[in-house]
Design a protein around this ligand. Structure first.
Ligand SMILES: [Mg+2]
Length: 256
């Protein structure tokens, strides 16, 4: 793999390593229910090696809520970014976007709950600074109604943005903050804590929201798109298995 050759070359002279990873579809295969996206023990073991290395810093940046993400990965020494980086915690870092308010999100959740009463299968998930509308279990013939309700509720909330995922809509505060700005914030803080003077930055993700990070880190990081979509990332891997191979290689490098 061209990417592995480049990593071998760049890490060969003792450089530090900063790795930022998306969770769903990157570390775990996409599954029919978000609750079933469980991290494989072998992947957790590799992540643990990375997190424990003095030469490396590891962050996981997801649209999931911070508490949910942390519980799923369940490793110390990792920087966690929840709600697309609106909340960041771990390794003595702590960030919460100062203009992100729970109140607007809570009001939106109430409005969605009222409107969705007539749509069986729709489920709301409160993630603190964001609310998700899952419609995987809504029969296909009713999904248009879900999209219309989402658009209607959003049109009354200029303070909120909507991110469309895999059969889910995320409503979150519109504060000019996304995975790109969050990833840059993480990189600048994590690089400072490395002993090495030079750091190799790696970012991998499969979502449309990861494209913001690919663009924001251009020229600064090795960006990797997981999947076959058109992408702004510099490199591409086919799926979760390839990500595992890559992480394994990285962990071997920084723990050698
Ligand atoms: Mg993903």
């Amino acid at each position: 793999m061209r990417l592995l050759d480049r990593l071998d070359r760049e890490l060969g002279d003792g450089a530090g390593l900063v790795v930022i990873l998306d969770y769903d579809g990157t570390l775990t295969p996409l599954v029919s229910s978000p609750g079933a996206a469980v991290l494989a023990p072998s992947v957790r073991a590799t992540l643990a090696r990375l997190a424990a290395s003095e030469r490396a810093r590891l962050a996981i940046l997801s649209g999931r809520g911070l508490a949910d993400l942390r519980a799923r990965v369940a490793l110390d020494g990792v920087v966690y970014g929840g709600c697309y980086g609106l909340e960041i915690a771990g390794r003595r870092l702590r960030f919460r976007h100062p203009r992100a308010r729970r109140s607007g999100v809570a009001a939106t959740e109430r409005a969605l709950a009222a409107a969705l009463r007539s749509v069986p299968g729709a489920r709301l998930e409160c993630k603190g600074l964001a609310v998700s509308l899952h419609y995987r279990r809504v029969v296909p013939s009713r999904r248009r109604a879900v999209r219309e309700i989402a658009a209607q509720v959003l049109s009354r909330r200029p303070d909120l943005a909507l991110i469309a995922g895999h059969l889910v809509f995320d409503f979150l505060p519109r504060v000019g903050w996304d995975k790109g700005t969050a990833a840059r914030w993480m990189v600048s803080r994590m690089v400072r804590t490395l002993p090495a003077r030079r750091a190799v930055i790696v970012y991998a993700g499969d979502d449309a929201s990861d494209e913001m990070a690919f663009a924001a880190l251009r020229g600064r990081a090795l960006t990797i798109h997981v999947g076959a979509r058109p992408t702004a990332a510099e490199y591409r891997v086919r799926g979760v298995r390839d990500v595992q191979t890559l992480l394994h290689r990285l962990a071997s490098f920084v723990t050698a």
